[in-house]
Design a protein. Structure first.
Lengths: 502, 186
């Protein structure tokens, strides 16, 4: 039976004894379980810093004016105001759709793929990244729903019989997209919520009786944390991670099929699915950094989201950015090697046509900027990390712009050729979704546990039942913000004293 | 109106660490208890074996859930594209050889059905949502979601005895032993 632990058989060891390096700790300064609970729940329970309101009010206003106002104007007037009447009918709406759906992919990568590969550093960033996935997919879903022209006919996308007796075309990548994106949203939501149930239980148990306790109590579903629950729970989490992993790869592959299965020069390439998936992870990680590095400072989560986490994310950006760079070169190489005049002309137009600036900016942002992450000093300097993340955010939007606009602007018939420029509705909607995304994320920070408390505790060294050292932590009591900031300052002060010793 | 009676749920004992909980769980199991559980702020590696809990049946549910998704998607696509409304577009035929074009939807619905099965299957296996568990009457169980490690032995268990079970819990290193009772409102 597995109930008694057998000591591992001693293998005869002949070679030189190598020292076993200790793993880098994922929670700094030897924090206790109770400290972690206090710290993460404190983000919700303590009064919000004024900065929260300074960020939330403008973001919410932009969301209301951009998305609310923009869509109201669009629907009440007609899609003509969107500027999609010319040949580049996909325009910004689909650029934005692909951009947002790509952002979401980092969340699933962190929560599912890094879970399967036992990367324990994921534990302190996965919750926020998953939230980002949900909000990004919400923003993404907006565009195709309204881009179909008559939004009240959006239910035609669902395979239900309609009055004309016509069924959806299951051979079309656009219908595959409907299934892929809606599945992705549903599964991400389930994964996110399920991961949050024990943490919601923690918050419930800390609340004073009242409305707040009832709301968190209902959301926590009555979670008790018994091992008979954990046993099934862990299995469900593992299964969902196993299901989400192929799903996340399939979603952006299907998005790329919208392009790759067409016969348009510049789109009809087999490299599109892997290239899109790598690009999505690349852009998603940049967005995770964009929102988590400031949140880490504002809420004092430096002990939980450490430099090691940021360093690892920077390495993934470097890797995926380089894959994306390889894909750009491979596209050109294949276009040249194909010998097809149309294919070569499409890429000549991209590089040297009126949109050359977008192509050059894309290369600089996506391929050249991340190369600074070869240096450790750059990965650990948060200003450099933030600047590169911004470059990548811009670059990934431009990549979709280059793919969609430059290709459609030069179609088969010269009579179709147009120079595309967005309309004010395009700009309003895009800025509006940015506002929507950030205001949803700020609300998430305000009301839900932004760090996976359970998994951070689980990843601590002493959480292993075979860790025998008896642990005594001083009770931190209530960790208030000023007290914590003072403590952090003391620690860094001490560290600098140690390093300045002769 | 009747006087509220107290109904005993069982004993709750605290342990100081994951390691202590693990060793205590092995002893409670050896004592032959059936209705008991360990409460911890995070899942403890190997505790299932220490408690003698069998592997979850969830993978089987999820497998058949996923299979249902595949079959649903194929039926949906085949019936609408081949049987009811055959359209020849994109140079693809309208017969069984259209199958490769159905793969993406079949794949997505497999994942969708399997994930929903994992979620609802889990909720039914762990019998949640349930907001009124008697254990919530305990004065210390709230620490089980923070930093406390507990074992609860239910009074419903055949081996339960108000003195011997308490002695066992003391013996295996439990502290703060509490008799959890709930108000029986009948």
């Amino acid at each position: 039976m597995a109930s008694t632990t057998q000591p591992a058989p001693e293998a005869p060891h002949t070679g030189p004894k190598l020292p076993v390096l200790e793993r880098e700790s994922l929670v700094l300064n030897e924090r206790s379980y109770h400290w972690i609970t206090e710290r993460v729940c404190g983000v919700i329970e303590n009064p919000q810093p004024p900065l929260w309101w300074w960020l939330f009010i403008p973001c919410a206003l932009i969301a209301v004016i951009g998305v609310g106002g923009g869509l109201f104007y669009l629907v009440s007037t007609g899609v003509g105001v969107w500027g999609n009447t010319n040949r580049v009918m996909w325009g910004w709406p689909i650029v934005n759709f692909v951009f947002w759906i790509g952002i979401g992919h980092a969340g699933t990568l962190i929560s599912a793929i890094l879970y399967l590969t036992r990367q324990n550093w994921r534990t302190s960033i996965n919750r926020a990244a998953e939230a980002m996935t949900i909000f990004a997919v919400m923003c993404a879903g907006l565009f195709p729903a309204f881009h179909i022209g008559r939004v009240w006919m959006a239910w035609f996308l669902a395979p239900v019989p309609n009055a004309n007796g016509i069924w959806q075309n299951f051979k079309s990548p656009l219908l595959w997209d409907v299934f892929a994106v809606s599945t992705y949203f549903t599964v991400s939501l389930i994964f996110w919520f399920l991961g949050m149930v024990p943490d919601l239980g923690t918050i419930r148990d800390r609340c004073q009786p009242g409305l707040r306790k009832i709301i968190y109590g209902v959301l926590a579903l009555g979670w008790r944390g018994g091992n008979r629950q954990w046993s099934h729970y862990e299995m469900a989490y593992l299964l969902l991670a196993g299901l989400a992993t192929p799903l996340v790869i399939s979603v952006h592959s299907v998005v790329s099929f919208d392009f790759a299965t067409s016969v348009v020069p510049g789109w009809h390439t087999t490299i599109f699915p892997p290239y899109f998936v790598a690009g999505a992870i690349f852009g998603g990680f940049a967005m995770v950094l964009t929102i988590m590095v400031p949140a880490r400072f504002v809420y004092g989560l430096q002990d939980l989201i450490t430099i090691k986490h940021i360093d690892n994310m920077a390495k993934i950006i470097l890797l995926t950015g380089t894959i994306v760079g390889y894909a750009y070169l491979m596209e050109l190489s294949v276009a040249f090697y194909s010998g097809s005049a149309y294919e070569m002309d499409a890429f000549k137009f991209r590089i040297a046509g009126p949109y050359w600036w977008a192509y050059v900016a894309m290369l600089v942002c996506n391929v050249i900027a991340p190369q600074v992450f070869w240096w450790r000093a750059c990965r650990e300097n948060l200003w450099v990390v933030m600047i590169v993340a911004m470059f990548v955010n811009v670059g990934m939007w431009l990549e979709r712009f280059v793919i969609i606009v430059t290709t459609l602007a030069r179609s088969w018939l010269p009579g179709d050729w147009k120079t595309y420029s967005p309309t004010h509705v395009d700009v309003m909607l895009f800025l509006g979704t940015l506002g929507l995304f950030f205001s949803l994320f700020l609300l998430f920070l305000r009301f839900l546990p932004c760090i996976n408390i359970v998994e951070v505790k689980w990843a601590k060294r002493e959480s292993d039942p075979h860790h025998t050292a008896r642990l005594e932590y001083p009770d931190p009591g209530v960790v208030t913000e000023p007290a914590y900031q003072r403590e952090l300052a003391q620690i860094s002060n001490l560290k600098s004293q140690i390093t300045t010793l002769p | 109106m009747s006087t509220p009676r107290q109904r005993v749920y069982g004993y709750l004992a605290e342990f100081h660490s994951a390691a202590a909980l693990y060793q205590a769980a092995e002893k409670v199991r050896a004592a032959g208890f059936q209705r008991w559980d360990c409460y911890s702020p995070y899942p403890i590696h190997g505790l299932d074996a220490a408690m003698g809990i069998k592997r979850s049946v969830l993978p089987w549910l999820v497998f058949f859930g996923g299979l249902t998704g595949t079959v649903t998607a194929f039926t949906l696509a085949y019936t609408t594209q081949v049987v009811i409304f055959p359209t020849v577009v994109q140079g693809k035929p309208a017969n069984i050889f259209t199958l490769p074009a159905f793969f993406p939807v079949m794949f997505e619905l497999t994942i969708l059905f399997a994930s929903c099965t994992a979620f609802f299957g889990l909720l039914s296996l762990i019998q949640l949502p349930r907001l009124n568990h008697p254990l919530f009457a305990s004065k210390q169980i709230h620490r089980g979601t923070d930093d406390g490690f507990f074992i609860a032995i239910e009074a419903r268990d055949g081996n339960f005895s108000s003195t011997a079970t308490r002695a066992l819990l003391v013996d295996i290193g439990g502290s703060n032993i509490e008799l959890v009772t709930e108000e029986d409102g009948c």
